[in-house]
Design a protein around this ligand. Structure first.
Ligand code: ATP
Length: 232
């Protein structure tokens, strides 16, 4: 039986699991932001946290919020977590709670388990346990900000090691020339996937004409995309 009083019912959890839904375990800053963003994008969310303040702060914002200890198999079972296809474990500092929770979820054969790691050692244990997607929010954000601080890029996402998508201003050399005639793929090894003109984003093609003040989305090897984003 659950050690903590539950808000909501197991039947409700079961109904949520049947929809396009995700269970988010750990509603600290990271889990809170993730759960709210999922709700905003139309996904049903069951949120779980051991801390009643964190649960209260999201009451009414998620499909269901429950105060519970996720390291307890019977609690997760009672919440019908085994009926969810996707569960995200956002417990960081309490590494043993994170590991125990993931191991219970893995034994329940949840198809996709995401888990946040606070450092490489934590991440390695989660990977060795068999967690499907291990995320390193602080490390990834640090690397991302480093790229932003270094250059003129407005935003930067490394899609895979060595391959990135960079948001940048339009260099003057490719303004007012149809993209197909700029030779930028050959010259810089990058592709412009999309552009923003007058606040509106559109896909770019060979006929696209870019103007001063537009913003572009550049895709390519990290070094190439970054060098291109530095051009004035
Ligand atoms: P963040 O960096 O996301 O703010 P945090 O540093 O506040 O996280 P963490 O230790 O990473 O704290 O835990 C995230 C959340 O997980 C907290 O809200 C905490 O109450 C919750 N949590 C910790 N242990 C358990 C557990 N056994 N069951 C359910 N929730 C838990």
């Amino acid at each position: 039986m659950a050690r903590f009083p539950l808000f909501g019912s197991p039947e409700r959890s079961r109904r949520i699991a049947e929809a396009d839904s995700v269970a988010v375990i750990g509603l600290g800053r990271f889990g809170h932001a993730l759960a709210v963003e999922l709700m905003n994008s139309g996904t049903e969310v069951l949120g779980i946290d051991i801390d009643s303040d964190h649960v209260q702060s999201l009451n009414g914002e998620l499909t269901q919020v429950v105060r519970a200890d996720s390291t307890k198999r019977e609690v997760l079972h009672q919440l019908a977590i085994d009926e969810f296809d996707r569960v995200v474990v956002c417990i960081g500092d309490n590494v043993s709670a994170s590991i125990l929770t993931c191991s219970v979820l893995l034994s329940m054969n949840i198809p996709i388990i995401w888990a946040k790691a606070v450092d490489d050692d934590h991440g390695l244990i989660l990977e060795q346990l068999g967690v499907h997607k291990v995320i390193y929010p602080e490390k990834d954000m640090g690397r991302r900000v480093a790229h932003l601080v270094r250059g003129a890029a407005l935003d930067f996402i490394e899609i895979a090691p060595g391959y990135a998508m960079v948001k940048a201003p339009v260099p003057s050399s490719i303004q007012q020339v149809p993209l197909g005639e700029t030779g930028l793929r050959k010259m810089y090894g990058v592709t412009i996937a999309a552009f923003q003109h007058d606040e509106v984003w559109s896909n770019a093609d060979n006929q696209t004409l870019l103007h001063a003040g537009d913003t572009i989305l550049v895709v390519g090897k990290t070094r190439d995309a970054e060098s291109f984003a530095q051009l004035l």
